[in-house]
Design a protein around this ligand. Structure first.
Ligand SMILES: O=C(O)CCC(=O)c1ccccc1C(=O)O
Ligand SMILES: [Mg+2]
Length: 368
């Protein structure tokens, strides 16, 4: 089946999985409503088809970069990859089963298997996944941290000068008053045509979110991501009803991880869902959710968890395989001070240029 991460086209493959640890400091700590991220530690994974005839043997890359509160711990991720290292010699399905509860590890394996398949077929990963047309670009949003009102406005302005047409501000770290001022100052700084979004990472109460929504509407903010704690499904459904059809969209991120897509749809809790391959357990999971929510008129937005180049580029391919995907949170390379290798993805005019080489299109990460 095309687009799945396993494939029984050639049954006499002999897959070998290896992994290496890495640590990537952030350029500056990212403060979110549910914690501060200072560095991203994880594992680079590669799967080689050792039985391949001809040289060089195809290789697929994956990345497992756990994030506290979002995925399994670094230790559990390492243990899961160790299990997968043995299991993959049986077959890929078995490897995936042994890590089914470790979302970051499972993500790495789905990505490495799909990259291997796409590379073997000399197809860009997104085309292998989506079976679809050529996609040149995916629109992306700038991710703006929790600075003062002046810093926030200045950061967003700088992003717009670099070509971004959508900016997402982190909120919920400062007082509501200050956050609303940050939004007002940012709108002033970027003008009327730039899309503004905000992400509270669950930091607000219903009363705060209700108040914030008035200001968000006033400053034409299009999306409010995870205003209330993840557990609050009915709270988000109520907010959504209070905003009405053409108002600020309500997005769920942590709430999707906690409740799953069916519960969100049943409750009517979201206009938009945030799909993080690393936190949801893999690129196959994200593609399935995206296809499902689209049928229910819910928009899928693909983002990273501030990942290295392998997972970031993987997320871009996943986004490129979703027709007409809205601006995605994939412009996170600059948040890292170091990376696993060269970034094959250019940002141009507010869009990420999708690599058209075979597979992921990421090179030299294992040698680096
Ligand atoms: O969506 C973006 O712009 C970037 C990704 C992002 O904000 C993020 C990064 C790490 C952990 C959580 C989140 C989040 O969306 O809440
Ligand atoms: Mg979020």
């Amino acid at each position: 089946m095309s687009g799945s991460c396993t494939d029984d086209r050639d049954r006499n493959r002999e897959l070998e999985l290896e992994y290496r640890s890495f640590s990537l400091p952030l350029a500056a700590p990212l403060e979110t409503g549910d914690g501060t991220i200072e560095s991203r530690d994880g594992f680079l994974v590669r799967i080689v088809d050792a039985n391949h005839e001809g040289n060089p043997a195809p290789v697929g890359y994956g990345e497992a970069t756990p994030l506290a509160g979002w995925t399994e711990s670094l230790e559990d991720c390492r243990d899961a990859l160790e299990r997968a290292e043995s299991a993959v010699q049986v077959d890929p399905e078995t490897a995936l089963e042994t890590v089914s509860d470790q979302v970051a590890a499972r993500h790495a394996i789905t990505l490495a298997l799909a990259d291997l398949q796409a590379t073997s077929r000399s197809t860009p990963l997104y085309q292998y996944l989506g079976n679809g047309p050529l996609v040149g670009r995916v629109p992306v949003n700038a991710t703006v941290g929790s600075g003062s009102p002046a810093e926030t406005a200045q950061e967003a302005r700088a992003a717009v000068e670099r070509g971004f047409k959508s900016c997402k501000l982190k909120v919920g770290q400062r007082s509501l008053e200050t956050d609303l001022e940050r939004i007002a100052r940012t709108r002033e700084a970027v003008g009327p045509d730039v899309e503004l979004r905000v992400d509270a990472n669950g930091a607000w109460t219903v009363a705060e979110a209700t108040r914030a929504l008035e200001t968000l509407a006033e400053y034409d903010v299009s999306l409010l991501e995870q205003p209330l704690p993840a557990g609050s499904l009915d709270g988000h459904a109520d907010l959504r009803r209070s905003v009405g059809e053409d108002g600020v969209a309500i997005g769920l991120d942590e709430g999707l991880l906690e409740h799953g897509v069916d519960a969100i749809c049943d409750a009517g809790a979201a206009d938009t869902v945030i799909l993080k391959p690393m936190a949801l357990g893999g690129i196959d999971v994200v593609r399935k959710i995206a296809a499902w929510v689209r049928m229910l008129d819910i928009e899928p937005i693909v983002t990273t968890t501030i990942d290295g180049v392998v997972a970031r580029t993987g997320a871009l391919h996943v986004a490129a395989s979703i027709p007409d995907v809205p601006a995605c949170g994939l412009a996170t390379a600059d948040l890292l001070a170091d990376d696993l290798g060269n970034d094959p993805v250019l940002l141009e005019n507010g869009s990420a240029v999708v690599p058209q080489a075979k597979g992921l299109g990421v090179e030299g990460v294992w040698d680096a």
